[in-house]
Design a protein around this ligand. Structure first.
Ligand SMILES: C[S@@+](CC[C@H](N)C(=O)[O-])C[C@H]1O[C@@H](n2cnc3c(N)ncnc32)[C@H](O)[C@@H]1O
Length: 269
């Protein structure tokens, strides 16, 4: 398996499969469960707002939306795609089975929009009903089109898991600055080897305040001793002392909340 420039294994190939089975199989083997730990934080922010539009940046197959909408867990979702029954199904039948999961009316309390560079993952998430809208764009390199900007500007809340690092202040800044946009509240789970500071600084210029939530969140296990050593080196090089969970074998993330005065307290709705 190839490594990226941070020393982390590159999983780019599993983000572009026609359905989520390889994604969940591969990451499930490494106990990837960050979206499960993120779920109560995202659910609280969603439930505090009236029918919000939630933009999931780097949403991939729409796991965060699926966990919220289907009232399921990461373990159940992984089992759902790894079951004997699932391995026999073609993509269309898999989608049909997933659509049944999101039929409950309560799952419509929020609209979900996904942004990703991986078109097949977005197409699946949209077809399965996890996402209401999908934006296929790379805002690291390009301005959004007029149509994409209009969809992104509807966001009341921006969330992400495992995406900062792939995306930087360029993408997040472009979303926050959209003309007619709502200066959405943001909640990003960020691997500790990546600094959130450039994002926080960019948002501060737009009137946002950022707080880091206490504690670290286990994202997944290291895939090998080599990956563990490389990541511990990357952390130390970034001036971050490895946490005991990291030395014990877990890649860990931190949660940052960025909000403006308008979207943080009494003006939600
Ligand atoms: C580690 S995966 C996380 C997926 C999902 N959030 C989850 O937790 O299951 C990172 C995702 O970021 C996406 N990504 C990479 N570069 C991106 C970019 N410039 N803009 C938007 N998404 C990007 C990848 O395609 C991939 O789906």
């Amino acid at each position: 398996m190839p490594f990226d420039s941070t020393g982390k294994i590159s999983f780019d190939h599993i983000y572009t499969e026609p359905d989520p089975r390889p994604y969940l199989r591969t990451l499930g083997a490494l106990d990837y469960h960050l979206p499960q730990l993120a779920k109560p934080y995202f659910a609280k922010l969603i439930d505090e707002r009236r029918s919000p539009t939630v933009l999931d940046v780097g949403c991939s197959y729409g796991v965060n939306a699926a966990l919220y909408r289907c009232d399921t867990t990461m373990d159940d979702l992984s089992a759902h795609y790894a079951s004997e029954e699932a391995t026999q199904l073609d993509r269309a039948a898999l989608i049909e089975r997933d659509r049944a999961l999101v039929r409950a009316p309560a799952s419509r309390a929020a609209r979900f929009v996904g942004l990703d560079v991986a078109a097949p993952a977005l197409e699946y998430a949209r077809a399965a009903g996890f996402l209401d809208e999908a934006v296929h764009a790379d805002l690291e390199h390009d301005e959004p089109t007029e149509r994409q900007a209009a969809v992104l500007a509807e966001a009341d809340l921006v969330i992400s898991t495992g995406c900062i690092g792939y995306v930087t202040e360029r993408t997040i800044g472009r979303i926050a600055e959209l003309p007619g946009g709502r200066r959405p509240a943001m909640a990003h789970f960020v691997l500790r080897m990546f600094s959130y500071e450039p994002v926080a600084d960019r948002l501060a210029g737009l009137g946002y305040e950022t707080v880091g939530v206490a504690g670290v969140f286990r994202q997944r296990r290291f895939a090998s001793a080599r990956e563990r050593e490389q990541i511990l080196d990357t952390l130390r090089a970034a001036g971050v002392e490895p946490h005991e969970l990291e030395t014990e074998g877990w890649l860990c993330a931190q949660l940052y909340l960025s909000r403006t005065a308008e979207n943080s307290a009494d003006n939600r709705g």
